[in-house]
Write a protein that binds this ligand. Sequence first.
Ligand SMILES: NC(=O)CC[C@H](N)C(=O)O
Length: 274
Amino acid sequence: MAKSRALIITGNGTNCEMEAAYACKLGGFEEAEIAHISDLLAGEVRLDNFHFLNLTGGFLDGDDLGSAKAQANRLRYARVEGGDEHLFDQLQRFIADGKLVLGVCNGFQLLVKMGLLPGFDDKQQQQTATLTFNDCGRFQDRWVYLQNNPDSPAVFTRGIDKGIYLPIRHGEGKFVVDSPATLDRIESGNLAVFKYSDPAYTTPTMEFPLNPNGSVHAIAGICNDTGRIMGLMPHPEAFVHRTQHPRWTREELPADGDGLVLFRNAADYVKKHF
Ligand SMILES: NC(=O)CC[C@H](N)C(=O)O
């Protein structure tokens, strides 16, 4: 088997690449490389050499034009130097090869604005949803309870029982869709992987601050219908160890943080399939 290799894209305002790379290693990837977007556009780093693409959180292009919008256009339309290929061609090949993509926060916004999420029939390319300003009108920096959908096809969430607890930090986290039909397809395909919920993970909620942004159907994260592309607003890479929990000195907690399972599942999947 080839070495399991994760790629974390940085540049233009991302700020979670080191944590994401650390989470990939801790989850079991043999290599986790942080590469600048310019190196991909220069053709010096190629997606083909990796199995797991991480699009991390941050403030791409300063959130100008709406979070991640400029980078979405860059990734869709920019040509890789020294050839005929667009970066998006590489990305589509990466997806067609059965590899994994995880977008966290700004990375989730990027996947949605590129039209890769929600992804139906494995080939969705038109943007059918967005992540817009939180209903409360303010940046939210808090921890949230996420109810897991056990019937979702997401490869990242296998083995999660009722839900997980993760931090969020965003101003544009409200998930909205273009039509009731899109929402129907998300719900009927069990693509809404995580929903903001009560602390017991029993009921999705629209109530602030449990639902920090007013997302439709309390959606916090979705996947495509193969389960290999997933995006979520909360940060799994920011809770991989118990000492990252806000009450770790006062509560009995397991050694692993709730977010680690996503990276572990990704590493297991890659080791099994490549
Ligand atoms: N933490 C993040 O990735 C933030 C995403 C985006 N800049 C927002 O504020 O919504």
